[in-house]
Write a protein that binds this ligand. Structure first.
Ligand code: NAD
Length: 487
């Protein structure tokens, strides 16, 4: 299987290869095969990307918002038309099953481009009456925005960052994760085909050092990272040193709280979606599942039974529901946490180790795993695992569970299941999390702002909220009378 792009980078509307950048491979996680060989950006590529983004931004900022919107909506249609091809590519690069990538990756990226494309012509400032004189505000672009992606939703993340940046008149340089370098290049192709001026969206490849060079570069106005908390801290520190605007979408250890009046079947579905979708590699996952004591055994029995129906297998077979983890490194990390869970005394309900999948002996497959009787102090209840490891914790009453749910440095997401409408809202009000669900989990429509409290992030993506983070307000006072002075 090969998915070699024409060249590693996409700058100024066409592919560009670096002469001296560090080479690295992109692997198909189901087999470990090399599907593409990429070279990290060297200084010449970085310089070319900056020059191209500067030139592109000038043209784009002078383009009417309505026309910007049309370009984004055309790009959305191109992604939709190519959805199958893009989904196969994303499956090869991430290992996520085609059953998922067909609906959740390029498709959700297209929704994002369409949404922000629709918003483009509606963005306005304010008129402020000062009694005779007045002021007005206008929204202006920031300049060149630098997007840094994680590997779990590569094309979706590239869309979530570029769409709001572009409608506001910015240009973008995007660096995908070195683990999944391929689909952002396809997004760049789609933008060019849709009529985006050259240089408005550029893709450069590389590891954290390339990211850091761009974060510190004086021509970059804003940095938006999706990644882990430790990387977020490094990027924030460097961006702070250079006083760059930042959006950080980081990790989590989110609570999913299930009261004993909940519909158990729906709650089990939500727990599955909150832990096993994308083989558990989702930042907002509800990995601490708090179940009220009255329904604990019924919940666990049904969860174990339904987890047994998961189909691990060939990611390109649409009947497969769980693919491999993205890399050997992630496989080792998840296996390590499974062992710690057992060692610290959690009760293994199902799974607990590597999975053997016929025809894929070298794939990074692990079993979807459920631990019960997990306590708040256990490592698996405190640290982000980023794999299919679900922890069930018992609770007795509402105040207790809210306090325990909040007892974490993270605050990305949270969910509550109950048929009591007042309790549902009361509990949500008490939870320290940026993105919450009542009687469902992990749905992130583009219309709804997404982001974290506490160490899970700074700023918001999606919805109208994202516009605030990709534009700046200019206030203009207009004097309609004379000007007085003291002397
Ligand atoms: P990571 O932090 O290892 O890497 C993220 C990106 O940052 C990569 O592109 C990497 O090359 C780059 N990077 C690394 N060091 C850098 C530095 N010093 N300067 C600039 N860039 C640097 O994360 P990952 O392993 O790719 O992704 C998994 C993590 O991402 C998890 O913690 C997950 O929760 C988080 N995540 C968050 C969201 C969200 O929206 N909140 C979404 C997806 C993933």
């Amino acid at each position: 299987m090969r998915a070699q792009p024409q060249a590693s980078h996409y700058v100024g509307g066409s592919y560009l290869e670096s002469q001296s950048g560090t080479p690295f491979d992109s692997l198909y996680p189901a087999t470990g095969e090399v599907i593409a060989q990429i070279k990290a950006a060297d200084d010449a590529v970085i310089d070319a990307a900056i020059a191209s983004a500067q030139a592109g931004q000038k043209v784009w900022a002078a383009t009417s918002p309505a026309e910007r919107g049309r370009v984004l909506r055309r790009a959305a249609e191109i992604l939709r038309a190519k959805n199958h091809e893009l989904s196969v590519l994303e499956t090869l690069d991430t290992g996520k099953p085609l059953q998922e990538t067909l609906v959740a990756d390029a498709a959700s990226g297209a929704d994002c481009l369409e949404y922000f494309g629709g918003l483009a012509a509606t963005l306005t400032g304010e008129h402020i009456d000062l009694g005779g004189s007045f002021a007005y505000t206008k929204r202006e672009p920031l300049g060149i925005c630098f997007g840094i992606g994680a590997w779990n939703y590569p094309i979706q993340i590239a869309c979530w960052k570029s769409a709001p940046a572009l409608v506001c008149g910015n240009s973008m340089i995007f660096k995908p994760s070195e683990v999944t370098p391929l689909s952002a290049l396809k997004l760049a192709e789609a933008f060019t085909e849709a009529g985006l001026p050259d240089g408005v969206f550029n893709v450069i490849q590389g590891f954290g050092d390339v990211g850091a060079k761009l974060v510190a570069h004086p021509a970059i106005a804003k940095v938006s990272l999706t990644g882990s908390v430790p990387t977020g801290a490094k990027v924030a520190a460097l961006a702070g040193e250079h006083l760059k605007k930042t959006t950080l979408e980081l990790g989590g250890k989110s609570p999913l709280i299930i009261f004993d009046d909940a519909d158990v079947e729906n709650a089990v579905s939500a727990a599955i979606n909150a832990n096993f979708y994308s083989t558990g590699q989702i930042c907002s996952n509800g990995t601490r599942v708090f179940v009220q004591k009255g329904i604990k055994e019924a919940f666990l029995a049904r969860l174990a039974e339904r987890t047994g129906n998961a189909v691990l297998g060939d990611p390109l077979d649409e009947t497969t529901s769980i693919g491999p983890l993205v890399s050997r490194q992630q496989f080792d990390k998840v296996m390590h946490y499974m062992q710690i869970g057992a060692r610290e005394g959690a009760r293994l309900v199902c799974g607990g180790g590597a999975a053997t999948v016929e025809s894929f002996p070298d794939g990074y497959f692990v079993q979807p795993t459920v631990f019960a009787d997990v306590t708040d102090d256990m490592t698996i209840a405190r640290e982000e695992i980023f794999g299919p490891v679900l922890s069930v914790l018992d609770f007795a009453d509402e105040d207790e569970v809210v306090a325990r749910a909040n007892d974490t440095e993270f605050g990305l997401a949270a969910g509550v299941f109950t048929r009591d409408i007042q309790r549902a809202h009361r509990v949500i009000d008490g939870l320290q999390a940026g993105t919450c669900w009542i009687n469902t989990y992990n749905l992130t429509p583009i219309e709804m702002p997404f982001g974290g409290y506490k160490k899970s992030g700074i700023g918001r993506e999606n919805g109208h909220a994202a516009i605030e983070y990709y534009s700046q307000t200019k206030s203009v006072y207009v004097e309609m009378g004379g000007v007085e002075a003291a002397f």
